[in-house]
Write a protein that binds this ligand. Structure first.
Ligand code: FES
Ligand code: FES
Length: 160
């Protein structure tokens, strides 16, 4: 399989790798770069666990070719905390018991961040819409929705 160069900014750091042509961004992030915060679930675009932000937009990394990401800015859950201080969304998930097994949590956090970045004061309906593509087997969703709304009410979220 031919290797192709790809370079992008990941959580503020420049990355340059050679990936197999046709490899997914999910595979590149986990296997080449070692960002295991991006979860590999269905690999078919139906569970949302692999969600990342690309240039500020929520994307499924299992359906994104790594070679199409050159020049982009990619954010994952691994970059949410700054200098050891949790992002307001991470604090709200912890405090609101919005995480059980945790497998869906990175995808949920990125979907929530995409929402709050463009709409800092979302309605409950906005939150439900934003996480509609993310499957959780454990929580029943309500603690997650409440945690996102709680984060949106915190003053610090707008500065994060
Ligand atoms: S692993 Fe990408 S949507 Fe399930
Ligand atoms: S907390 Fe287990 S899948 Fe969501």
């Amino acid at each position: 399989m031919a290797k192709v160069p790809v370079q992008f900014t990941l959580n503020g750091e420049e990355k340059a790798e050679f990936v197999e042509s046709g490899a997914t961004l999910l595979k590149a992030l986990r296997d080449k770069i070692g960002d295991m915060s991006v979860k590999s679930g269905c690999q078919q675009g139906t569970c949302g666990s692999c969600s990342v932000l690309i240039d500020g937009e929520i994307r499924l990394s299992c359906l994104t070719l790594a070679e199409t990401c050159s020049g982009t800015v990619i954010e994952t859950t691994a970059g949410l905390a700054e200098s050891g201080v949790l992002h307001p969304l991470q604090r709200a998930f912890n405090e609101g018991f919005a995480t059980q097994c945790g497998f869906c949590t990175p995808g949920m956090l990125m979907a929530a961040k995409a929402l709050l970045d463009r709409n800092p004061q979302p309605s409950r309906e906005d939150v439900v819409d934003a996480i509609a593509g993310n499957i959780c087997r454990c929580t029943g969703y309500e603690p997650i929705v409440q945690a996102i709304l709680a984060a949106s009410r915190s003053n610090s979220v707008n500065a994060a």
